[in-house]
Design a protein around this ligand. Structure first.
Ligand code: BES
Ligand code: ZN
Ligand code: ZN
Length: 497
């Protein structure tokens, strides 16, 4: 899909064109560009809107068929502010516009937001989110259906700001294209069944993503044994497929900045191991590598994004299965940093693979470390399906993540790392055990990880809730969502407004 910006009036559009207008009810009465089109039709639009009533709810689309001059089809899409962060709502609106235009057989779609800008947004952010939403919804998803739907695509998308200077918005379109590419890459990885997306195939794919200034190493079982990575090996011990630690390094051509370490949970299937999950909660556990997928998506755009900062990405990939060779309850794992961990629940495996990767990655002396993981059901209980949890040893880093998430249209909320809860991880047998009590499970998981980062300023993102959706929404087809990509891209390379 080609994307362009335009500053021409709506009346210059042709009968075969489709125009999607994102608007509030006031905008329909006041926006000069729309009034011009309305006047050219002797008030047809305002009469229809008055007669049928226009409710600005995000999921309603009013369809108007128009005679010349101007577009043959106008879609009015409501923006009801306040329900969701503006970015999220605009992304959905962009997706909805594309979906509807497609269902009317359009080949060319012009999208415009009329009336005043939604709060805390600018032309540049609106352009970015609408483009992102359209690209996310345009992405063809691979399925194994024998009969595929014959979906016609939109060839040309135009972001229209009548009478405005659009040159300055070009960088917003390019940024949206990069972010959408990373999100779509992450989604594809999450949606691929665990039968084919194994730790080794994930490693091969990530190696294929590497661009200029990047190096990818795929560390297998021998290397993991030599390094003493008992956490990753332990989690993978029951599986017929081998674990991997995937190490991606990005070095900018010139930089005096310290390294950023990003670590992703890459459990390609979480059956729970011997602490087997009950059927229903296992159904979607191919997405337990969503943290790794987010970072793999970012790897795929890193050399184009070209941040001025060295970045090391570690994906801790293993399959968590029950079998005769699986880790048993009461087993003690010897972790990379020398600590011992008594396994009291094999379903608390994410923290074990992350611990080795964090301990290894922080040895390089990064300026900051962030891990991303579908770590706990407790974080979903706390914050629901739309919002991720963040916690960390560095308030500054956590604040930075929270403000990046606001700019990226993702919901993230901070949980406290309450030191007293660390007692829950004490055991007589080893330095720690891998689970605490049921209550506050997202926090004890975070506290466990905090033991493996030394003094490095660190933050942990638990994306168990928002990384997957069961019910499709515009711009969010069911399955993997790519949640986290937007926030981390913004953090790595902030976009000036
Ligand atoms: N992968 C799960 C967490 C999860 C739950 C991700 C729901 C996505 C949606 C994780 O490995 C897990 O099973 N955690 C346990 C920890 C418990 C045994 C301490 C949990 O949350 O129940
Ligand atoms: Zn688990
Ligand atoms: Zn898991």
């Amino acid at each position: 899909m080609e994307i362009k910006l335009s500053s021409s009036p709506f009346t210059s559009l042709a009968p075969e064109d489709t125009l999607a207008l994102l608007c509030t009810a006031e905008a329909l009465r006041e926006d000069p560009a729309l009034l011009e089109l309305d006047h050219a039709h002797d008030g047809y639009i305002s009469k229809i809107v008055e007669r049928e009533g226009f409710k600005a709810t995000w999921d309603k689309v009013h369809v108007l068929r128009m005679a010349p001059p101007g577009p043959g089809l106008v879609l009015l899409i409501g923006l009801d502010e306040g329900l969701l962060p503006t970015g999220l709502q605009l992304r959905q609106a962009g997706g909805l516009a594309l979906e509807r235009a497609k269902s009317h057989g359009a080949k060319k779609l012009t999208i415009s937001l009329i009336g005043r800008l939604p709060k805390e947004s600018s032309r540049s952010t609106v352009t970015r989110f609408l483009t992102e939403g359209a690209l996310l919804s345009a992405h063809q998803r691979f399925t194994h259906k024998k009969k595929t739907e014959n979906r016609e695509d939109i060839d040309l998308l135009i972001l229209s700001w009548p009478g405005q200077d659009t040159l300055v918005l070009e960088q917003s379109v390019s940024r949206a294209q990069l972010v959408a590419k990373a999100i779509n890459t992450a989604r594809d990885l999450v949606n691929e069944p665990a039968g084919t997306l194994t730790p080794s195939s994930l490693a091969d794919k990530v190696a294929g993503f590497a661009g200029v200034g990047m190096e990818v190493k795929k560390h297998g079982p021998e290397w993991l044994k030599n390094k003493g990575m008992g956490g990753i090996l332990g989690v993978g011990a029951g599986s017929a497929v081998e674990p991997r630690l995937i190490e991606v390094s990005y070095t900018p051509s010139q930089s005096d900045m310290g390294e950023l370490l990003l670590v992703g949970k890459g459990v390609t299937f979480d059956s729970g191991g011997l602490s087997l999950k009950p059927g229903d909660s296992m159904k979607t556990m191919k997405h337990d590598m969503a943290g790794a997928a987010v970072l793999a998506g970012i790897s795929a755009i890193l050399s184009e994004l070209a941040p001025n900062r060295p970045i090391r990405i570690l994906l801790a990939a293993a399959e968590n299965m029950p079998s005769g060779s699986a880790v048993k309850l009461g087993d003690v794992l010897h972790m990379y940093d020398g600590k011992t961990v008594e396994v009291m629940n094999t379903d608390a495996e994410g923290r074990l693979v992350l611990a080795d990767a964090l301990a290894y990655g922080t040895e390089y002396g990064p300026e900051a470390a962030i891990d991303v993981a579908t770590l706990t059901g407790a974080s979903v209980m706390a914050l629901g399906r739309l919002c991720a949890a963040v916690m960390g040893s560095s308030e500054e880093l956590v604040k930075n993540i929270l403000s990046s998430s606001e700019h990226a249209g993702e919901l993230i909320w901070q949980l406290p790392l309450i030191p007293f809860y660390k007692k829950q991880l004490e055991t007589k047998m080893a330095d720690m055990k891998n689970v605490g009590e049921r209550w506050g499970g997202a926090i004890t998981a975070g506290l466990f990880l905090s033991e493996f980062v030394g003094e490095t300023p660190w933050a942990h993102l638990d994306i168990a809730g928002p990384s997957w959706i069961d019910k499709a929404q515009p711009a969010f087809p069911e399955g993997g969502t790519g949640f986290g990509v937007g926030t981390l891209v913004e953090l790595i390379s902030p976009m000036a407004d």
